[in-house]
Structure formats: structure tokens, C-alpha cells
Design a protein around this ligand. Sequence first.
Ligand SMILES: [Zn+2]
Length: 237
Amino acid sequence: MIRLQGLYDGISQALQDRQTPPLEVKELEEANRQRQAELADLEAQVVAHQDELQEVHKGEEEWRLELEHFQKQKSMVTNEREFTAVISEIDYATKELDTRKTRHDELDTMIRELGEDIESRQQARPEEESAQREITESWETTKEDLKLKVQKLALDAGAEEEKLSPKSRALFHRLLKSKKGIAIAAVADGSCSACHFKLRPHLMQRVWRCEEIITCEFCHRVLFREDAVSGLSEGEG
Ligand SMILES: [Zn+2]
């Protein structure tokens, strides 16, 4: 059971490691997210400017026609009063048209600059990209290694479980599930190392004899002698 617990510890650690990318991977992901968000924002600005440009363009056409209309009228005026009125209309239309031309130029410039900005952002610098690829690939390799490790540990655990009686195996799994992945506890200074409940002397003796399964009276984990661990790592079987 001690070996089995060790294998399950290894499995849960490997699974946890797999869920925990190194800082540089997280930073890279964050930087990419930010970069994408900035690009999306720039692209949205371009779209908004293009929409406005369309409106401005329409207005420009309308005021150009107005201007042409009043210029024609100017040639047909018959008195001073009509002439003044037409001139004032022409002035007004000219101003309106100029305002739209100016905005048209501004929008053209902004759209062009945004386009250049987007393009230069999209062309990631080659060194930076290969460095990023290295980080990503190395993390993918680590994850794959961890997956293989989990598979191997699970196989080992399966083999180890074969050595237990069905009853012990069931007990172990029940505890593993209910005790947050820790089914067994060493006895240290006469107490259960998991919950620190003091063992009664006769239970202590039975744990020491290692002839049967003794569980903690308080947390119900299977108890073992601390020195049993070093004995295990030296020998086989
Ligand atoms: Zn306990």
C-alpha cells in the first residue's frame, strides 16, 4: 500500500504539473492574447473610419451638386438681391464641401496609418517568433512526457494492486477517494502523521508487527511504520 500510495502521489503530481504551465508559457499566452486584443481594436477603428468615410463621401457628392446648382443660378440672376442670395448659398455650400473634404483627407490618413500599424504588428519579428515557438514546443514536450509518466504510473499501480487482497484494494480506493488522495499515514511519535491522533499502545504494537492492516481510529487512514518506507526503497518486491 505504501508503494501504491507513492504511485498515486506521482500520478496526482504529474496531473497537477500538466495543469500548471511554466511562467514563461503563461506570459507568452498573455502577451499573445493582448496582441490579438490590440489588433482587433485597431481593426475595429479602421471599420469605424471606413463607415464614416462613406458618409462623408456621400455628403461631399451632395454638396458638390448643390454648389453646381447655385453656380448655374448665379449666371441667371436678374437683380442684385438674387445675386447676393445666390452668392451666400454658394459660400455656404463651399464651406460645407470643404469641411467634408478636410474630414475625407483626415480619414484617409488615419485609415492608411492604422493599416500600416496593423501590418507591422502582424509581421512578427522572426527571432521573437522562433523563441516563442521554442517555449511552446518545450512545454508541449513536457506535457507529453507527463502524460506518458501518468500512463506508466497507472500501469505500475495496476500491477501493485494485483498484489493486494480485494478487500485491501477496496479499502485503499475508498480512502484514496474520501481522504483527498491520501489513503495511508505513517506513525510518527506514536501519533497518526495525517491527523495527529495519538495511537493507543496496543494498536501501536500491532502497527509495529506489520502483520495486519491497522487504521487510524480518528481519520481511518491505513497506518504504517515510518521505517517501512526506507525498507521498501532498498529491496525489491
Ligand atoms: Zn489519523
